[in-house]
Design a protein around this ligand. Structure first.
Ligand code: GDP
Ligand code: MG
Length: 597
């Protein structure tokens, strides 16, 4: 395809503002997918994505469009994830396209992720077309939202396209704007191949599939290509595009986006942002590489049934094939046995991986307290990373500790501002900025990540009745007075429940934890002390009293089947428990105990 007939773009939006629905409508309007094959949210392919309505992996689709000027165009849409954990994927896929459609729900307005995502688009020098979506809703207010886009984002929204991705209104205008307002890509066909590795994933039939954007030259079937980051060579087996299902073609030219396969075994052998060129007489300079995503939240995953450890290993190996940002190593816990210490981009990422293991591989898991990465500055002058509170060395060897901080941006209607400030303050936040955009306040806080990983987002939603939006960036490390708090059940430390806390908050946290655990742990035939301690010092204590009678005593007479049912029920309940010394602790205790209210 000629460069002048290509348009490459992405859609940026806050979650739920209609990005996926708009993408579906563009695909449908252009007849890319026949009506009967159309199912809602074509691009959101994974089950979890569909269920939760979020897009996790970037997806792409090639659309043929005959414009009003009578010319045939090729439009390449790269769909990007909408959640903060995946900001890195957003920024890298933006580098592969020249423009963005900025979708804002006209009944809601600009939200935190609208801002975060549009900044990525601006950083990538995109031409931006504003779109006001959901104009079919009675609450839609295009003038107000257009003004807000101009005030808050600072781009001209006077010509914003009014769209209902639901009814199809404005879709034709959107296609015309893509052709007229977005720039065509630049590139040279008779130059050495220079292509950007945008994404890669594992397919059980084809092996690793590599998504590329060709900058210069041509990518052809049968040629040998070189990955410039590590000088590896690969023979190209197959080239194609997504419509959105795979369609094989022979050549990808400059400006085009498509995939190839080359008998690559693991996603780890491909580096996102890498430059791909000819094996001989290749291009001279590589593209600026991207920095790899660093996991920021760690937790232990252990099988509830220790016999399932090998199954868990298998599941984790398979998931990691497709997700280079997920890291893991084996871990042994005195209480939980064998498991894995896993690193994630954020809490959503953690939840997604845990859900997939439980659902797709049918393994019940115990998830330990999520922990951030602390920097331990030792007395001997060295620095160590601490991924697991259980590994915390004796404090006498540690000079000081630093914790990661984030810069959080929260947009919230006026009336909830007070609650939001209080929440941030309670989580050791430092206010950086407070501005207004219409009746919405925009607050920027510098917060410790460890106060955010548990339930900050849930709390924010609940205190603002869901009206606040939130986005964050990693900010740096700062020293603070942090200590390791251990939990002892029946005088045995439960390493999976130990956590790092600020010294000033430790007493309150410890008290809350032991009170919760008292409710979460079922009674036994004996008394159970539950304690929180720092070093050797107990800071909070509760005692769970002993059970009085045998539960089956409730079943009078000789109703054997009823008695058996009750015992079966108990047994089932047991499966979700782990034994610590003589005490059974239910699986949900590990998560619930960590939530603060
Ligand atoms: P995304 O998170 O940005 O991908 O948003 P989705 O495309 O998943 O849309 C979120 C919700 O808004 C879904 O329930 C859609 O059906 C709905 N939606 C999307 N566009 C429109 C629209 O133009 N009008 C109305 N009324 N609802 C819409
Ligand atoms: Mg979506």
């Amino acid at each position: 395809t000629e460069l002048s007939k290509i348009r490459n773009f992405s859609i940026v939006a806050h979650i739920d503002h209609g990005k996926s629905t708009l993408a579906d409508r563009l695909i449908q309007e252009t007849g890319t997918v026949a009506g009967r094959d159309m199912k809602a949210q074509l691009l959101d392919s994974m089950d979890i994505e569909r269920e939760r309505g979020i897009t996790i992996k970037a997806n792409t689709v090639r659309i043929d469009y005959k414009a009003d000027d009578g010319q045939d165009y090729v439009l390449n849409l790269i769909d990007t994830p909408g959640h903060v954990d995946f900001a890195y994927e957003v920024s890298r896929s933006m580098r592969a396209v020249e423009g963005s459609l900025l979708v804002v729900d006209s009944s809601q307005g600009v939200e935190a992720q609208t801002l975060a995502n549009v900044y990525h688009a601006m950083e990538a020098d995109h031409e931006i077309v504003p779109i006001l979506n959901k104009i079919d809703l009675p609450a839609s207010d295009c003038d107000r939202v257009a003004e807000q886009i101009e005030d808050v984002i600072g781009i001209d929204a006077s010509g914003a396209i009014q769209v209902s991705a639901k009814t199809g209104q404005g879709i034709h205008d959107t296609l015309e704007a893509i052709v007229k307002e977005l720039p065509a890509p630049k590139g040279t066909r008779d130059a050495p191949l220079k292509a950007m590795l945008v994404d890669s994933w594992y397919d059980s039939y084809l092996g690793v599939i590599v998504l590329v954007r060709v900058i210069d030259g041509e990518l052809k079937k049968g040629m040998r290509v070189k990955f410039m980051s590590n000088d590896t060579l690969h023979g190209v087996d197959r080239i194609g595009v997504f419509r959105p299902e795979m369609e094989t073609i022979d050549v990808l030219g400059p400006g085009e986006i498509g995939f190839f396969t080359a008998s690559i075994k693991q996603v780890r052998d491909t580096r996102v942002g890498d430059t791909i060129t000819n094996d001989r007489h290749g291009c001279e300079t590589a593209l600026d590489g991207f920095k790899p995503a660093q996991p920021v939240v760690f937790c232990g995953l252990f099988p509830v049934d220790s016999a399932e450890f090998e199954d868990l290993r298998d599941a984790i190996d398979k998931l990691a094939l497709n997700d280079a940002s997920f890291t893991f190593e084996m871990e042994t816990s005195a209480a939980l046995g064998f498991g894995f210490r896993c690193g994630f981009l954020g809490l959503l990422h953690l939840e997604v991986v845990r859900d997939r293991i439980e659902r797709e591989y049918d393994i019940d898991l115990i998830t330990t307290a999520p922990s951030v990465v602390y920097h331990l500055h030792m007395r001997d002058g060295s620095m160590r990373e601490l991924h697991n509170p259980a590994d915390m060395p004796d404090m006498t060897h540690v000079d000081h500790l630093e914790e990661p901080r984030i810069k959080a941006t929260i947009l919230v209607p006026d009336e909830y501002l007070g609650d939001v400030l209080k929440l941030c303050q309670d989580r050791r936040g430092l206010q950086v900025d407070l501005t207004y955009a219409g009746s919405r306040a925009m607050v920027v806080y510098d917060l410790p990540l460890n106060e955010v990983v548990f339930d900050f987002y849930d709390r924010l939603k609940s205190v603002t009745k869901g009206y606040a939006s939130f986005d964050y960036q990693m900010f740096g490390y700062r020293e603070d007075n942090l200590v390791k708090m251990s939990i002892l059940v029946n005088d045995e430390p439960v390493d999976a429940l130990s956590m790092m806390v600020h010294r000033d908050r430790a007493d309150a946290r410890g008290r809350a934890m032991v009170e919760k655990l008292k409710d979460l742990i079922p009674r036994h035939m004996f008394k159970i002390p539950i304690q929180a301690a720092i070093g050797g010092k107990v800071i909070a204590r509760e005692t769970l009293s002993a059970m009085r009678k045998d539960v089956t005593a409730k079943c009078y007479g000789g109703d054997a089947s009823r008695k058996r049912k009750l015992l079966d029920k108990q047994k089932k309940g047991k499966k979700k428990m782990r034994q610590f010394g003589k005490v059974d602790i239910p699986q949900e205790a590990f998560i619930s105990a960590l939530k603060m209210d």
